[in-house]
Design a protein around this ligand. Structure first.
Ligand code: NDP
Length: 504
Protein backbone atom coordinates (compact mmCIF):
# COMPACT_ATOMS: atom_id res chain seq x y z
CA UNK A 1 0.00 0.00 0.00
CA UNK A 2 2.71 2.40 1.04
CA UNK A 3 4.03 3.27 -2.39
CA UNK A 4 0.65 3.64 -4.11
CA UNK A 5 -0.72 7.19 -4.59
CA UNK A 6 -3.59 8.22 -2.32
CA UNK A 7 -7.04 8.28 -3.91
CA UNK A 8 -8.66 11.72 -3.61
CA UNK A 9 -11.87 13.56 -4.43
CA UNK A 10 -11.86 15.86 -7.45
CA UNK A 11 -11.03 18.67 -5.01
CA UNK A 12 -7.98 16.79 -3.77
CA UNK A 13 -9.19 15.50 -0.37
CA UNK A 14 -8.04 11.95 0.49
CA UNK A 15 -10.78 9.31 0.22
CA UNK A 16 -11.20 6.76 3.03
CA UNK A 17 -12.92 4.24 0.76
CA UNK A 18 -13.83 3.68 -2.87
CA UNK A 19 -15.94 0.56 -2.38
CA UNK A 20 -18.66 1.00 0.22
CA UNK A 21 -21.43 3.57 0.66
CA UNK A 22 -22.11 5.35 3.94
CA UNK A 23 -25.27 3.76 5.32
CA UNK A 24 -27.42 4.17 8.42
CA UNK A 25 -26.24 1.07 10.15
CA UNK A 26 -24.92 -1.93 8.26
CA UNK A 27 -28.39 -2.76 6.82
CA UNK A 28 -29.83 0.76 6.52
CA UNK A 29 -30.28 3.16 3.56
CA UNK A 30 -27.50 5.28 2.05
CA UNK A 31 -26.84 8.64 3.65
CA UNK A 32 -27.19 11.70 1.48
CA UNK A 33 -23.97 13.08 2.91
CA UNK A 34 -22.00 10.42 1.00
CA UNK A 35 -20.76 12.96 -1.52
CA UNK A 36 -18.05 10.56 -2.66
CA UNK A 37 -20.69 8.16 -3.94
CA UNK A 38 -22.67 11.00 -5.51
CA UNK A 39 -19.55 12.35 -7.22
CA UNK A 40 -18.72 8.93 -8.60
CA UNK A 41 -22.19 8.30 -10.00
CA UNK A 42 -22.54 11.85 -11.32
CA UNK A 43 -19.27 11.59 -13.20
CA UNK A 44 -20.32 8.35 -14.78
CA UNK A 45 -23.49 10.02 -16.03
CA UNK A 46 -21.36 12.64 -17.74
CA UNK A 47 -18.75 10.40 -19.37
CA UNK A 48 -20.24 10.71 -22.84
CA UNK A 49 -20.23 13.86 -24.90
CA UNK A 50 -22.27 14.24 -28.09
CA UNK A 51 -20.70 12.13 -30.79
CA UNK A 52 -19.72 13.81 -34.02
CA UNK A 53 -22.67 14.09 -36.43
CA UNK A 54 -20.32 12.73 -39.10
CA UNK A 55 -16.99 10.91 -38.65
CA UNK A 56 -18.03 9.60 -35.22
CA UNK A 57 -15.89 6.44 -35.27
CA UNK A 58 -12.21 7.23 -35.31
CA UNK A 59 -8.65 6.16 -34.59
CA UNK A 60 -5.73 8.46 -33.84
CA UNK A 61 -1.97 8.49 -33.42
CA UNK A 62 0.73 11.02 -32.69
CA UNK A 63 3.82 11.44 -34.81
CA UNK A 64 6.13 13.69 -36.75
CA UNK A 65 6.26 15.42 -40.10
CA UNK A 66 9.69 16.03 -41.64
CA UNK A 67 10.36 18.32 -44.59
CA UNK A 68 12.40 16.55 -47.28
CA UNK A 69 12.08 19.03 -50.16
CA UNK A 70 12.14 22.80 -50.33
CA UNK A 71 8.81 24.39 -51.34
CA UNK A 72 9.60 27.91 -50.12
CA UNK A 73 9.03 29.16 -53.69
CA UNK A 74 5.34 28.45 -53.05
CA UNK A 75 4.87 29.12 -49.35
CA UNK A 76 6.28 31.11 -46.47
CA UNK A 77 4.62 28.73 -43.97
CA UNK A 78 7.27 28.18 -41.30
CA UNK A 79 6.67 24.45 -41.00
CA UNK A 80 8.05 24.10 -44.56
CA UNK A 81 10.87 26.65 -44.09
CA UNK A 82 13.84 24.26 -44.34
CA UNK A 83 14.64 20.71 -45.31
CA UNK A 84 14.96 18.52 -42.23
CA UNK A 85 12.57 20.58 -40.13
CA UNK A 86 10.18 18.47 -38.01
CA UNK A 87 6.71 19.27 -36.66
CA UNK A 88 4.61 17.27 -34.19
CA UNK A 89 1.37 15.90 -35.64
CA UNK A 90 -1.85 14.41 -34.24
CA UNK A 91 -3.80 12.26 -36.71
CA UNK A 92 -7.40 11.14 -36.63
CA UNK A 93 -8.85 8.78 -39.22
CA UNK A 94 -12.52 7.90 -39.27
CA UNK A 95 -15.47 6.48 -41.12
CA UNK A 96 -18.16 8.98 -42.09
CA UNK A 97 -21.59 7.46 -41.57
CA UNK A 98 -21.31 4.97 -38.73
CA UNK A 99 -21.91 5.90 -35.11
CA UNK A 100 -19.18 5.72 -32.48
CA UNK A 101 -19.72 2.00 -31.98
CA UNK A 102 -19.78 1.17 -35.69
CA UNK A 103 -17.49 -1.50 -37.07
CA UNK A 104 -14.20 -0.31 -38.50
CA UNK A 105 -14.25 -2.41 -41.67
CA UNK A 106 -17.36 -0.89 -43.25
CA UNK A 107 -17.47 0.39 -46.83
CA UNK A 108 -17.31 4.14 -46.46
CA UNK A 109 -15.11 7.12 -47.19
CA UNK A 110 -12.45 7.60 -44.51
CA UNK A 111 -11.64 10.90 -42.87
CA UNK A 112 -7.92 11.69 -42.88
CA UNK A 113 -7.22 14.58 -40.50
CA UNK A 114 -3.82 15.88 -39.42
CA UNK A 115 -3.08 18.58 -36.86
CA UNK A 116 0.37 20.08 -37.31
CA UNK A 117 1.54 21.88 -34.15
CA UNK A 118 3.57 24.60 -35.89
CA UNK A 119 5.32 27.60 -34.35
CA UNK A 120 2.74 29.82 -36.05
CA UNK A 121 -0.18 27.94 -34.49
CA UNK A 122 -1.91 24.77 -35.61
CA UNK A 123 -2.40 23.84 -39.24
CA UNK A 124 -5.23 21.32 -39.59
CA UNK A 125 -5.29 19.31 -42.79
CA UNK A 126 -8.85 17.99 -42.55
CA UNK A 127 -9.16 15.69 -45.53
CA UNK A 128 -10.40 12.32 -46.65
CA UNK A 129 -8.90 9.21 -48.24
CA UNK A 130 -10.43 10.34 -51.53
CA UNK A 131 -9.25 13.31 -53.60
CA UNK A 132 -12.86 14.37 -54.28
CA UNK A 133 -16.32 14.38 -52.70
CA UNK A 134 -19.95 13.49 -53.46
CA UNK A 135 -21.23 17.06 -53.79
CA UNK A 136 -19.62 20.40 -54.48
CA UNK A 137 -22.04 22.77 -52.81
CA UNK A 138 -22.63 22.80 -49.04
CA UNK A 139 -26.31 23.39 -49.65
CA UNK A 140 -26.49 19.70 -50.52
CA UNK A 141 -24.35 18.44 -47.64
CA UNK A 142 -27.02 17.98 -44.93
CA UNK A 143 -29.25 16.17 -47.43
CA UNK A 144 -26.38 13.95 -48.53
CA UNK A 145 -25.51 13.01 -44.94
CA UNK A 146 -29.17 12.34 -44.21
CA UNK A 147 -29.12 9.68 -46.95
CA UNK A 148 -26.15 8.01 -45.27
CA UNK A 149 -27.73 7.85 -41.82
CA UNK A 150 -30.72 5.94 -40.49
CA UNK A 151 -34.18 6.15 -42.02
CA UNK A 152 -36.51 8.00 -39.62
CA UNK A 153 -39.06 5.16 -39.50
CA UNK A 154 -37.14 1.96 -40.13
CA UNK A 155 -34.16 3.18 -38.07
CA UNK A 156 -32.00 1.36 -40.62
CA UNK A 157 -29.55 2.56 -43.25
CA UNK A 158 -31.30 3.07 -46.58
CA UNK A 159 -29.63 2.17 -49.91
CA UNK A 160 -32.81 3.47 -51.57
CA UNK A 161 -32.14 6.95 -50.14
CA UNK A 162 -28.46 6.84 -51.07
CA UNK A 163 -28.95 5.89 -54.72
CA UNK A 164 -32.06 8.04 -55.10
CA UNK A 165 -29.98 11.05 -54.04
CA UNK A 166 -26.90 10.16 -56.10
CA UNK A 167 -28.99 9.54 -59.21
CA UNK A 168 -30.23 13.11 -58.93
CA UNK A 169 -26.66 14.43 -58.47
CA UNK A 170 -24.60 13.13 -61.38
CA UNK A 171 -21.54 14.92 -59.99
CA UNK A 172 -21.61 12.22 -57.26
CA UNK A 173 -20.76 9.39 -59.67
CA UNK A 174 -17.03 10.11 -59.49
CA UNK A 175 -16.89 9.67 -55.71
CA UNK A 176 -19.38 6.77 -55.69
CA UNK A 177 -17.09 4.99 -58.17
CA UNK A 178 -14.14 5.36 -55.79
CA UNK A 179 -16.33 4.30 -52.85
CA UNK A 180 -17.40 1.12 -54.67
CA UNK A 181 -13.87 0.40 -55.92
CA UNK A 182 -11.26 -1.51 -53.94
CA UNK A 183 -10.34 1.69 -52.11
CA UNK A 184 -13.82 1.75 -50.53
CA UNK A 185 -12.70 -0.53 -47.68
CA UNK A 186 -9.02 0.08 -46.86
CA UNK A 187 -7.45 -2.68 -44.76
CA UNK A 188 -6.33 -0.12 -42.16
CA UNK A 189 -5.81 3.63 -42.13
CA UNK A 190 -2.12 2.88 -42.75
CA UNK A 191 -3.02 1.37 -46.11
CA UNK A 192 -4.72 4.36 -47.65
CA UNK A 193 -3.80 7.78 -48.99
CA UNK A 194 -4.90 11.08 -47.54
CA UNK A 195 -5.96 14.06 -49.60
CA UNK A 196 -6.78 17.64 -48.68
CA UNK A 197 -9.41 17.16 -51.42
CA UNK A 198 -10.27 20.86 -51.65
CA UNK A 199 -8.19 23.33 -53.55
CA UNK A 200 -6.28 25.44 -51.05
CA UNK A 201 -3.73 28.15 -51.70
CA UNK A 202 -0.19 28.90 -50.66
CA UNK A 203 1.57 32.20 -50.76
CA UNK A 204 5.29 32.89 -50.64
CA UNK A 205 7.49 35.59 -49.12
CA UNK A 206 7.00 37.72 -52.24
CA UNK A 207 3.23 37.63 -51.77
CA UNK A 208 2.59 35.39 -54.81
CA UNK A 209 -0.37 33.04 -54.49
CA UNK A 210 -0.67 29.59 -56.06
CA UNK A 211 -3.59 27.19 -55.83
CA UNK A 212 -2.59 23.84 -54.31
CA UNK A 213 -3.87 20.33 -53.62
CA UNK A 214 -2.44 18.25 -50.75
CA UNK A 215 -1.65 14.54 -51.15
CA UNK A 216 -0.35 12.08 -48.51
CA UNK A 217 0.58 8.81 -50.21
CA UNK A 218 0.82 5.68 -48.12
CA UNK A 219 4.25 4.05 -47.97
CA UNK A 220 2.66 0.81 -46.77
CA UNK A 221 1.00 0.37 -50.17
CA UNK A 222 -2.72 0.27 -50.81
CA UNK A 223 -4.40 -2.74 -49.25
CA UNK A 224 -8.13 -3.28 -49.17
CA UNK A 225 -10.84 -5.68 -48.08
CA UNK A 226 -13.48 -7.26 -50.29
CA UNK A 227 -17.06 -7.03 -49.07
CA UNK A 228 -16.89 -10.72 -48.14
CA UNK A 229 -13.63 -10.36 -46.23
CA UNK A 230 -14.93 -7.25 -44.45
CA UNK A 231 -18.10 -9.10 -43.43
CA UNK A 232 -15.98 -11.93 -42.05
CA UNK A 233 -13.80 -9.51 -40.07
CA UNK A 234 -16.79 -7.58 -38.72
CA UNK A 235 -18.22 -10.91 -37.57
CA UNK A 236 -15.12 -11.38 -35.45
CA UNK A 237 -14.33 -7.86 -34.30
CA UNK A 238 -15.70 -4.38 -34.71
CA UNK A 239 -12.33 -2.83 -33.84
CA UNK A 240 -10.11 -4.22 -36.61
CA UNK A 241 -8.46 -0.86 -37.36
CA UNK A 242 -7.75 -0.07 -33.73
CA UNK A 243 -6.31 -3.56 -33.27
CA UNK A 244 -4.12 -3.42 -36.37
CA UNK A 245 -2.83 0.06 -35.54
CA UNK A 246 -2.13 -1.05 -31.96
CA UNK A 247 -0.22 -4.10 -33.18
CA UNK A 248 1.75 -2.10 -35.74
CA UNK A 249 2.87 0.51 -33.25
CA UNK A 250 3.61 -1.81 -30.35
CA UNK A 251 5.77 -3.85 -32.76
CA UNK A 252 7.66 -0.69 -33.71
CA UNK A 253 6.21 -0.72 -37.21
CA UNK A 254 5.42 2.97 -37.70
CA UNK A 255 3.19 3.86 -40.67
CA UNK A 256 4.51 6.54 -43.03
CA UNK A 257 3.15 8.70 -45.80
CA UNK A 258 4.90 10.91 -48.36
CA UNK A 259 3.46 14.39 -48.69
CA UNK A 260 3.12 15.99 -52.10
CA UNK A 261 1.45 19.09 -53.45
CA UNK A 262 0.02 19.87 -56.85
CA UNK A 263 0.38 23.50 -57.85
CA UNK A 264 -1.66 25.62 -60.28
CA UNK A 265 -0.99 29.27 -61.04
CA UNK A 266 -3.81 31.80 -60.84
CA UNK A 267 -3.53 32.28 -64.61
CA UNK A 268 -3.76 28.54 -65.32
CA UNK A 269 -6.88 28.34 -63.18
CA UNK A 270 -8.67 30.62 -65.64
CA UNK A 271 -8.06 28.16 -68.50
CA UNK A 272 -8.83 24.67 -67.12
CA UNK A 273 -11.64 22.77 -68.89
CA UNK A 274 -13.07 21.98 -65.44
CA UNK A 275 -13.60 24.27 -62.47
CA UNK A 276 -10.42 23.83 -60.39
CA UNK A 277 -12.41 24.76 -57.27
CA UNK A 278 -15.00 22.02 -57.81
CA UNK A 279 -14.63 19.40 -55.06
CA UNK A 280 -15.88 16.65 -57.37
CA UNK A 281 -12.84 17.05 -59.65
CA UNK A 282 -9.17 16.09 -59.36
CA UNK A 283 -6.33 17.88 -61.07
CA UNK A 284 -4.85 15.44 -63.63
CA UNK A 285 -1.36 14.36 -62.58
CA UNK A 286 0.02 14.84 -66.08
CA UNK A 287 -0.92 18.52 -66.14
CA UNK A 288 -0.21 19.20 -62.45
CA UNK A 289 2.55 16.80 -61.38
CA UNK A 290 3.03 15.84 -57.76
CA UNK A 291 5.77 17.85 -56.04
CA UNK A 292 7.35 16.04 -53.10
CA UNK A 293 7.35 17.90 -49.78
CA UNK A 294 8.05 15.62 -46.85
CA UNK A 295 7.38 12.52 -44.82
CA UNK A 296 4.77 11.83 -42.16
CA UNK A 297 5.49 9.13 -39.59
CA UNK A 298 2.93 8.20 -36.94
CA UNK A 299 4.81 6.55 -34.10
CA UNK A 300 2.99 7.07 -30.79
CA UNK A 301 -0.26 5.75 -29.34
CA UNK A 302 -1.89 8.54 -27.32
CA UNK A 303 -1.84 7.87 -23.58
CA UNK A 304 -5.56 8.55 -23.32
CA UNK A 305 -7.85 7.98 -26.30
CA UNK A 306 -10.64 10.24 -25.10
CA UNK A 307 -8.34 13.11 -24.19
CA UNK A 308 -6.38 13.16 -27.42
CA UNK A 309 -8.58 11.58 -30.09
CA UNK A 310 -12.22 12.03 -29.05
CA UNK A 311 -11.41 15.56 -27.87
CA UNK A 312 -9.43 16.34 -31.01
CA UNK A 313 -11.17 19.15 -32.87
CA UNK A 314 -9.95 19.62 -36.43
CA UNK A 315 -10.81 22.90 -38.04
CA UNK A 316 -10.57 23.65 -41.72
CA UNK A 317 -10.08 27.28 -40.70
CA UNK A 318 -6.93 26.41 -38.76
CA UNK A 319 -4.44 27.59 -41.35
CA UNK A 320 -1.13 29.32 -40.72
CA UNK A 321 0.51 32.23 -42.58
CA UNK A 322 1.60 30.90 -45.98
CA UNK A 323 -1.46 28.61 -46.39
CA UNK A 324 -4.87 29.94 -47.40
CA UNK A 325 -8.24 29.07 -48.80
CA UNK A 326 -9.74 29.10 -52.30
CA UNK A 327 -13.17 29.87 -53.74
CA UNK A 328 -14.18 26.17 -53.36
CA UNK A 329 -17.79 26.44 -52.14
CA UNK A 330 -17.57 23.37 -49.91
CA UNK A 331 -14.36 24.64 -48.35
CA UNK A 332 -15.94 28.02 -47.67
CA UNK A 333 -18.83 26.33 -45.86
CA UNK A 334 -16.56 24.02 -43.86
CA UNK A 335 -14.77 27.11 -42.54
CA UNK A 336 -17.97 27.94 -40.67
CA UNK A 337 -19.18 24.45 -39.97
CA UNK A 338 -16.26 22.80 -38.22
CA UNK A 339 -15.64 25.38 -35.51
CA UNK A 340 -19.40 25.60 -35.00
CA UNK A 341 -19.61 21.82 -34.54
CA UNK A 342 -16.80 21.82 -31.99
CA UNK A 343 -18.32 24.63 -29.94
CA UNK A 344 -21.47 22.54 -29.70
CA UNK A 345 -19.73 19.20 -29.08
CA UNK A 346 -16.89 20.26 -26.79
CA UNK A 347 -17.68 23.74 -25.50
CA UNK A 348 -16.70 27.32 -26.02
CA UNK A 349 -12.99 27.00 -25.27
CA UNK A 350 -12.41 23.64 -27.00
CA UNK A 351 -9.19 24.94 -28.53
CA UNK A 352 -7.63 25.03 -25.02
CA UNK A 353 -8.00 21.25 -24.56
CA UNK A 354 -4.68 19.36 -24.63
CA UNK A 355 -5.29 17.83 -28.06
CA UNK A 356 -6.11 21.17 -29.60
CA UNK A 357 -3.95 23.72 -27.78
CA UNK A 358 -0.95 24.80 -29.86
CA UNK A 359 2.21 23.16 -28.53
CA UNK A 360 4.69 25.44 -30.21
CA UNK A 361 2.92 28.79 -30.39
CA UNK A 362 1.75 31.17 -27.66
CA UNK A 363 -2.00 31.79 -27.70
CA UNK A 364 -2.93 35.45 -27.20
CA UNK A 365 -6.58 36.30 -27.69
CA UNK A 366 -9.17 38.54 -26.05
CA UNK A 367 -12.01 35.97 -25.94
CA UNK A 368 -13.27 36.02 -22.42
CA UNK A 369 -15.38 33.76 -20.26
CA UNK A 370 -17.57 30.71 -20.85
CA UNK A 371 -17.50 26.98 -20.24
CA UNK A 372 -14.03 25.54 -19.67
CA UNK A 373 -12.35 28.91 -19.02
CA UNK A 374 -9.54 27.05 -17.24
CA UNK A 375 -6.68 29.04 -18.70
CA UNK A 376 -5.53 32.60 -18.18
CA UNK A 377 -4.85 35.07 -20.89
CA UNK A 378 -2.95 37.33 -18.60
CA UNK A 379 -1.00 39.76 -20.71
CA UNK A 380 0.88 41.15 -17.74
CA UNK A 381 -1.73 43.75 -16.88
CA UNK A 382 -5.31 42.89 -15.83
CA UNK A 383 -6.53 46.12 -17.47
CA UNK A 384 -5.57 44.76 -20.89
CA UNK A 385 -8.79 42.81 -21.48
CA UNK A 386 -10.03 44.67 -24.59
CA UNK A 387 -8.39 45.96 -27.74
CA UNK A 388 -7.15 48.55 -28.65
CA UNK A 389 -5.76 49.37 -25.22
CA UNK A 390 -3.05 51.52 -23.66
CA UNK A 391 -1.55 48.63 -21.66
CA UNK A 392 0.67 46.81 -24.17
CA UNK A 393 -1.88 44.03 -24.74
CA UNK A 394 -1.40 41.87 -27.86
CA UNK A 395 -1.81 43.58 -31.23
CA UNK A 396 -2.32 42.18 -34.72
CA UNK A 397 0.67 41.59 -36.99
CA UNK A 398 0.04 43.11 -40.42
CA UNK A 399 3.01 41.26 -41.88
CA UNK A 400 1.02 38.00 -41.92
CA UNK A 401 -1.73 39.50 -44.10
CA UNK A 402 -2.21 37.19 -47.06
CA UNK A 403 -2.13 38.60 -50.59
CA UNK A 404 -5.49 39.43 -52.16
CA UNK A 405 -7.40 36.49 -53.60
CA UNK A 406 -8.62 36.84 -57.16
CA UNK A 407 -12.33 36.18 -57.35
CA UNK A 408 -14.65 36.23 -60.33
CA UNK A 409 -16.93 39.20 -59.64
CA UNK A 410 -19.86 37.24 -61.05
CA UNK A 411 -19.22 34.18 -58.92
CA UNK A 412 -21.87 35.16 -56.40
CA UNK A 413 -24.58 34.84 -59.01
CA UNK A 414 -23.16 31.80 -60.82
CA UNK A 415 -24.91 28.74 -59.41
CA UNK A 416 -22.58 26.60 -61.45
CA UNK A 417 -23.85 23.16 -60.65
CA UNK A 418 -27.51 23.65 -61.42
CA UNK A 419 -27.31 21.91 -64.76
CA UNK A 420 -26.05 18.52 -65.73
CA UNK A 421 -22.83 18.78 -67.66
CA UNK A 422 -20.67 16.38 -69.64
CA UNK A 423 -17.69 17.65 -67.63
CA UNK A 424 -18.98 15.66 -64.64
CA UNK A 425 -18.53 12.38 -66.54
CA UNK A 426 -15.02 12.97 -67.91
CA UNK A 427 -13.01 12.15 -64.80
CA UNK A 428 -15.05 9.14 -63.60
CA UNK A 429 -14.74 7.84 -67.18
CA UNK A 430 -10.95 8.19 -67.00
CA UNK A 431 -10.95 6.36 -63.67
CA UNK A 432 -13.19 3.57 -64.97
CA UNK A 433 -11.73 3.08 -68.43
CA UNK A 434 -8.07 4.05 -68.02
CA UNK A 435 -7.01 3.69 -64.40
CA UNK A 436 -8.81 0.52 -63.26
CA UNK A 437 -7.82 -2.81 -64.78
CA UNK A 438 -10.24 -5.60 -65.74
CA UNK A 439 -10.22 -7.24 -62.33
CA UNK A 440 -10.74 -3.92 -60.55
CA UNK A 441 -13.67 -3.13 -62.86
CA UNK A 442 -15.12 -6.57 -62.11
CA UNK A 443 -15.05 -5.90 -58.40
CA UNK A 444 -16.43 -2.40 -58.92
CA UNK A 445 -19.40 -3.87 -60.82
CA UNK A 446 -20.06 -6.40 -58.07
CA UNK A 447 -19.63 -3.95 -55.19
CA UNK A 448 -21.87 -1.39 -56.86
CA UNK A 449 -24.52 -4.04 -57.60
CA UNK A 450 -24.33 -5.28 -54.02
CA UNK A 451 -24.84 -1.77 -52.71
CA UNK A 452 -27.84 -1.02 -54.90
CA UNK A 453 -29.45 -4.49 -54.91
CA UNK A 454 -32.01 -3.55 -52.20
CA UNK A 455 -33.20 -0.50 -54.18
CA UNK A 456 -36.46 -0.31 -56.10
CA UNK A 457 -36.31 -0.81 -59.87
CA UNK A 458 -37.01 2.87 -60.48
CA UNK A 459 -33.97 4.00 -58.50
CA UNK A 460 -31.82 1.25 -60.02
CA UNK A 461 -32.69 2.37 -63.55
CA UNK A 462 -32.03 6.02 -62.78
CA UNK A 463 -28.59 5.20 -61.38
CA UNK A 464 -27.78 2.80 -64.24
CA UNK A 465 -28.59 5.66 -66.63
CA UNK A 466 -25.96 7.79 -64.86
CA UNK A 467 -23.41 4.96 -65.12
CA UNK A 468 -24.15 4.63 -68.84
CA UNK A 469 -23.19 8.26 -69.34
CA UNK A 470 -19.86 7.54 -67.64
CA UNK A 471 -19.21 4.48 -69.84
CA UNK A 472 -21.54 1.95 -71.48
CA UNK A 473 -19.44 -0.93 -70.10
CA UNK A 474 -19.90 0.42 -66.59
CA UNK A 475 -23.67 0.28 -66.88
CA UNK A 476 -23.58 -3.10 -68.60
CA UNK A 477 -21.26 -4.59 -65.99
CA UNK A 478 -23.32 -3.43 -63.03
CA UNK A 479 -26.57 -4.46 -64.72
CA UNK A 480 -25.21 -7.92 -65.37
CA UNK A 481 -24.01 -8.29 -61.78
CA UNK A 482 -27.48 -7.25 -60.62
CA UNK A 483 -29.26 -9.62 -63.00
CA UNK A 484 -27.04 -12.60 -62.21
CA UNK A 485 -27.00 -11.86 -58.50
CA UNK A 486 -23.19 -11.97 -58.60
CA UNK A 487 -22.61 -9.38 -55.99
CA UNK A 488 -22.20 -11.47 -52.91
CA UNK A 489 -18.67 -12.75 -52.78
CA UNK A 490 -16.09 -10.91 -54.86
CA UNK A 491 -13.60 -13.69 -54.25
CA UNK A 492 -15.72 -16.11 -56.33
CA UNK A 493 -14.28 -16.73 -59.78
CA UNK A 494 -16.09 -15.09 -62.64
CA UNK A 495 -17.15 -17.92 -64.89
CA UNK A 496 -17.51 -17.63 -68.64
CA UNK A 497 -21.25 -18.16 -68.61
CA UNK A 498 -21.88 -15.48 -66.02
CA UNK A 499 -19.43 -12.72 -66.91
CA UNK A 500 -19.61 -9.59 -64.84
CA UNK A 501 -17.59 -7.70 -67.36
CA UNK A 502 -19.55 -5.95 -70.02
CA UNK A 503 -19.98 -7.96 -73.19
CA UNK A 504 -17.28 -7.18 -75.73
P1 NDP B 1 -3.22 9.14 -63.48
O1 NDP B 1 -3.17 7.89 -64.25
O2 NDP B 1 -1.98 9.97 -63.39
O3 NDP B 1 -3.69 8.89 -61.98
C1 NDP B 1 -4.56 7.88 -61.68
C2 NDP B 1 -4.63 7.82 -60.18
O4 NDP B 1 -5.76 7.07 -59.84
C3 NDP B 1 -3.50 7.06 -59.49
O5 NDP B 1 -2.36 7.83 -59.37
C4 NDP B 1 -4.15 6.75 -58.15
O6 NDP B 1 -4.08 7.89 -57.28
C5 NDP B 1 -5.62 6.69 -58.51
N1 NDP B 1 -6.26 5.39 -58.35
C6 NDP B 1 -5.85 4.18 -58.66
N2 NDP B 1 -6.78 3.27 -58.31
C7 NDP B 1 -7.80 3.94 -57.76
C8 NDP B 1 -9.05 3.58 -57.19
N3 NDP B 1 -9.44 2.33 -57.14
N4 NDP B 1 -9.82 4.55 -56.73
C9 NDP B 1 -9.45 5.82 -56.77
N5 NDP B 1 -8.29 6.23 -57.29
C10 NDP B 1 -7.49 5.28 -57.79
O7 NDP B 1 -4.41 9.94 -64.10
P2 NDP B 1 -5.10 11.36 -63.76
O8 NDP B 1 -4.36 12.16 -62.74
O9 NDP B 1 -5.36 11.98 -65.07
O10 NDP B 1 -6.44 10.90 -63.12
C11 NDP B 1 -7.30 9.97 -63.77
C12 NDP B 1 -8.36 9.58 -62.78
O11 NDP B 1 -7.73 8.99 -61.65
C13 NDP B 1 -9.11 10.78 -62.23
O12 NDP B 1 -10.17 11.15 -63.04
C14 NDP B 1 -9.52 10.31 -60.89
O13 NDP B 1 -10.73 9.60 -61.02
C15 NDP B 1 -8.43 9.33 -60.47
N6 NDP B 1 -7.52 9.91 -59.48
C16 NDP B 1 -6.74 10.99 -59.79
C17 NDP B 1 -6.03 11.63 -58.82
C18 NDP B 1 -5.32 12.91 -59.09
O14 NDP B 1 -5.04 13.64 -58.11
N7 NDP B 1 -5.01 13.25 -60.32
C19 NDP B 1 -5.98 11.09 -57.45
C20 NDP B 1 -6.75 9.89 -57.25
C21 NDP B 1 -7.52 9.37 -58.24
P3 NDP B 1 -2.98 8.11 -56.19
O15 NDP B 1 -1.72 8.30 -56.98
O16 NDP B 1 -3.40 9.35 -55.50
O17 NDP B 1 -2.96 6.89 -55.37
Amino acid sequence: MADKPTLTSTSGAPYPTNRTSQTAGSRGPVLMQDHQLIEKLAHQNRERIPERVVHAKGWGLQGTFTVTHDISRYTCAKLFSEVGKTTEVLSRWSTVAGERGAADAERDVRGFALKFYTEDGNWDMVGNNTPIFFVRDAFKFPDFIRTQKRHPKTNMRSPEAMFDFWAAQPESVHQVTILMSDRGIPRTPAHMNGYGSHTFSMWNAEGERHWVKFHFKTQQGHDWLSDAKAAEIIGQTRESYQEELWNMLTEGNFPKWTMYIQVMSEEEALETPFNPFDLTKVWPHEDYPLIEVGELEMNTIPENYFQMVENAAYNVNNVVPGIGFSPDKMLQARILSYADAHRYRLGTHYEALPANAPKNAKVNHYHKDGAMRFFTNDFGNPDAYYEPNQYDGPVADESVQEPPMRIDPEAVAARFDQEESEVDYVQPRALYAEVLDDDERDRLHRNMAGGMAPCTDGVKERWLAVLKKVHPDYEAGVRRALETGQHGDPSLPVTDDTPIRAAE
